[in-house]
Design a protein around this ligand. Structure first.
Ligand code: ZN
Length: 242
């Protein structure tokens, strides 16, 4: 079994779980790039897992449904094409992976993430990014903070598969707020690897604790005396205005 990505739009990643010739998808925002890969590699599409209703995550679903043999899983609400609505603690099995659903509202109210404890992976959509987090469009700061802390409580070796390549711009914000040699070195190395055509995802929770202030493990020095929710809200506001 393996996991790879299909690029979509300008900076989206559609994640693909593969077992033999079978694949399942997380957040196919577009059908065309997926259909091309399926054709070129002679693959069978089994299941689709959706994290939230934004078009760049669900836009390819109805077209891909025409060629898939399994089910579309996603949050409660009115996303077109969902066969099985899932919520906190529900299980989703696909291609030998056993996911538990965790609700991670904040970016949107319907946002869910898929955790696989045996393989130590999470597909978290637009909740946590490398060195950043999703914008709060529908939920509250409290919801987003608590969703991110749910992820922060996973095994530190958990690989985090988020849906966008925002890491470099996120690190520019972090470096502007926190003077830290590890983060500065990580940023330099990342720029080189991105320039070489590599991607920064998946990231690992243990790494994020060192480079991502939204987990509240590292902080700008002027925020250290505040309550956690104040730290988080101030960080999110500063990033929104960066
Ligand atoms: Zn989104």
């Amino acid at each position: 079994m393996s996991i790879f990505h299909i690029p979509a739009y300008t900076d989206n990643y559609i994640w693909v779980i593969q077992s033999g010739n079978d694949i399942s998808l997380i957040d196919p925002g577009e059908a065309k790039p997926v259909l091309d890969v399926i054709k070129n590699l002679d693959l069978n599409l089994i299941d689709i897992l959706l994290t939230h209703h934004h078009f760049d995550h669900v836009g390819g679903t109805t077209e891909l449904k025409k060629i898939m043999s399994g089910k579309v899983y996603g949050p409660k609400g009115n996303i077109e094409g969902i066969d099985v609505h899932v919520s906190e603690d529900d299980k989703v099995e696909t291609l030998g992976y056993k996911f538990s659903v965790i609700e991670t509202p904040g970016h949107t109210l319907d946002h869910i993430s898929y955790v696989e404890s045996d393989h130590k992976i999470i597909f978290c959509g637009d909740t946590l990014f490398s060195a950043g987090c999703g914008r709060i469009f529908e939920g509250t700061y409290e919801q987003m903070h608590s969703s991110i802390q749910k992820i922060n409580h996973l095994d530190p070796d958990t690989l985090i598969y988020c849906a966008h390549e925002y890491t470099e711009s996120n690190l520019a914000f972090v470096c502007s707020e926190i003077d830290n040699e590890f983060i500065a070195n990580y940023t330099d190395n990342l720029k080189k690897s991105l320039a070489d055509g590599e991607i920064s995802i998946p990231t690992k929770l243990s790494l994020e604790r060192k480079i991502n202030p939204f987990l509240l493990e590292i902080l700008p020095s002027d925020l250290k005396g505040l309550e956690d929710i104040e730290k988080f809200s101030e960080l999110r506001n500063r990033k929104d205005n960066f």
